[in-house]
Structures are given as C-alpha cells and as structure tokens.
Design a binder for this molecule. Structure first.
Ligand SMILES: NC(=O)c1ccc[n+]([C@@H]2O[C@H](COP(=O)([O-])OP(=O)(O)OC[C@H]3O[C@@H](n4cnc5c(N)ncnc54)[C@H](OP(=O)(O)O)[C@@H]3O)[C@@H](O)[C@H]2O)c1
Length: 281
C-alpha cells in the first residue's frame, strides 16, 4: 500500500521548558552564558534532514530559535540523532519518517509537525537523490526515482507549504548549480533541479499579498555522500580545484545561506534562484 507505515513520529518534549527560561534571561545573556538561544516562536520543516545539507540546516535553524521537524526516508537513527543534537543544544525538534515521493506521507509530515508545534513558518524542500550516467547508459529506474523524489516529491512538499505556511514565512527549494554547469552524466538530475527554480518563481507569484518569500537555493559541490559517492578522490579534488576558494562547500555553508534567507533581512529576495557555490560557476 503506498504510504502505509511510511510515517513514524517521535515527539521530543524535553526542550519545551528552555524557551521561556531563555526568554526571561534575554537572548543576549542566554547566549553569552552558553545557554540555548531564545525561541523565535517560529517553526521550520526541513525535508531530508537526517544528514547532509538538510541536517546542517535543521541544526542551524534550531540555533536561530526555530522549533524543527526533521525528516528522513530511511535513516531513522540519523534523524533521531539530529533531534538529540538539537535538544542537547536546548532546542525543540521532532523527527518524522516520510518518503516525499508519496503525497499522503507528505501530508502526514505536515500534520505531525502541526500536532507538535501548532503550525509552520519555514519549509525547506531539501530531500533529494542523485544518479549519474551518460544518456546511453541511464537506467529506467534511476530516471524514474529522481523524477519521483526530486521533482514530484518536492512539488508535493511545496504544495503543502503553499497551503500551510503562515503569513510572513519562507519557502525554499533545493536546486543545484548543475543547472548552470550542465556537466556530462548529470542530464536527468539537472532537469529535476531546474524544476525547483521554476517552482519557486511561480509559487512566489501565487502567494502574493502574504509576505511569504519563495526561493530556490542552488549549492555548488558540497561535501556530502550525495556528491562524493561513486567519485574517486582525484575526481573530488578536481571539483574542489575548480572553485576560486579551492575547496568543496560544506553543508554548513549552505545552511548559513538558507538561514540568511529565512531571516528578516532575506524578505526582499523573492522568486529568485540563489547560487551558493563558492564561485564554481
Ligand atoms: N551535495 C551537493 O553537492 C549538492 C549540490 C547541489 C544541490 N544539492 C541538493 O541538496 C539537497 C540535499 O543534498 P545532500 O547532498 O545533503 O544529500 P544527502 O547527504 O544524500 O542527504 C539526502 C537527504 O535526503 C533524504 N531523502 C532522500 N530521499 C528521500 C525521500 N524520498 N523522502 C524523504 N527524504 C529523502 C535522505 O534521507 P535518508 O537519510 O533517510 O536517506 C537524507 O536526509 C538535495 O536536494 C540535492 O539535490 C546537493
């Protein structure tokens, strides 16, 4: 059965007391004293946040005071670990296992978030997969799964975000700088990422009047297994050498840019594709 048993949830209440205590102290004092940052009263859902860019984003937004819903497809232990890290830093988080390619699972992901935190202000549609091969060798199943997860899955997440994100919120979809680099073997993957740029631009217009900014975030080469799996150390070093900074991006580089777009200072950036790639393009 599609969607059956695809959502599991663990609510973490241990951090619930910190926000009022930290607020009473004042954020500045709480931070200099090494305590948790004050809650900003907002809630973020980050899909695909058991590892990689999503995990770094979940932890960064938690540090900025958001309550976080962490999501994974398979790696429940990793998702639970991200929640534990957020808790240990004084934040609030739950994790929900939900395959974004299943629209019922996506609805339940948002339902579980709502049950735990009452609503959502930021959605980062980050879950994604990459399968590389030249056109002549690409397997049917690999193309189908990339379309299902990256393109249709992100659409399901963005559709739910369009319905539920509160006024003044932010919606982000993970594209990739490969939409500009257009390297051999990346054809179907790049196409599913280009879709994110179109989704963000159209959705930004549809949400007019609600002060919700919608953007695509396009990282370059980032040091996660999505990028490194299947590549030799020489190939990875070759990509790093192509950036002016002579290194791969780290997940935290992308998380920082996402946090900036989610902040008040990011409000006027709307309907755009934001390239965060260290200059590789
Ligand atoms: N790394 C790069 O160089 C790079 C560059 C540009 C853009 N991006 C984009 O950035 C996003 C994150 O990439 P990453 O490098 O952080 O990848 P990653 O390290 O491979 O992590 C992928 C995350 O997505 C989750 N996921 C995969 N399929 C899912 C599904 N069907 N439903 C729900 N969650 C699913 C994984 O969950 P499990 O742990 O359960 O598998 C994991 O949390 C992707 O959209 C990718 O296209 C990455």
């Amino acid at each position: 059965m599609p969607g059956q048993n695809k959502v599991q949830r663990r609510t973490v209440l241990a951090g619930a007391a910190w926000s009022s205590a930290a607020l009473a102290m004042g954020a500045a004092h709480a931070q200099t004293a090494g305590h948790a940052p004050a809650s900003n009263g907002k809630v973020a859902i980050v899909t695909g946040s058991s590892r990689g860019i999503g995990a770094a984003t979940a932890k960064r937004l938690a540090r900025d005071g958001y309550a976080i819903t962490v999501n994974c497809e398979k790696n429940r232990d990793l998702a639970a670990g991200v929640v534990r890290e957020i808790e240990a830093a004084g934040g609030r988080a739950i994790w929900v296992q939900a395959d974004v390619s299943d629209p019922d699972a996506v609805r339940r992901l948002f339902d579980e978030n709502e049950r735990a935190f009452g609503g959502v202000d930021v959605v980062v549609s980050n879950a994604g997969i990459m399968r590389l091969a030249p056109f002549r060798d690409m397997a049917d199943a690999d193309v189908s799964r990339m379309v299902d997860v990256n393109q249709k899955g992100s659409f399901f997440v963005l559709r739910e975000a369009a319905r539920r994100v509160r006024d003044g919120g932010r919606i982000l979809a993970l594209s990739s700088s490969i939409t500009q680099l257009r390297s051999p073997t990346y054809g179907p993957y790049a196409a599913t990422k280009a879709a994110q740029e179109l989704f963000a631009n159209v959705l930004a217009k549809e949400l007019e009047g609600r002060m919700i900014s919608v953007n695509a975030m396009a990282p370059g080469v980032v040091n996660t297994t999505l990028f490194t799996d299947g590549k030799t150390p020489e190939q990875i070093a070759g990509f790093a050498a192509r950036t002016p900074h002579k290194r791969l991006g780290e997940p935290e580089d992308i998380a920082d840019t996402i946090a900036a777009l989610c902040s008040g200072d990011g409000a006027w950036i709307n309907g755009q594709t934001v390239f965060a790639n260290g200059g590789i393009v």
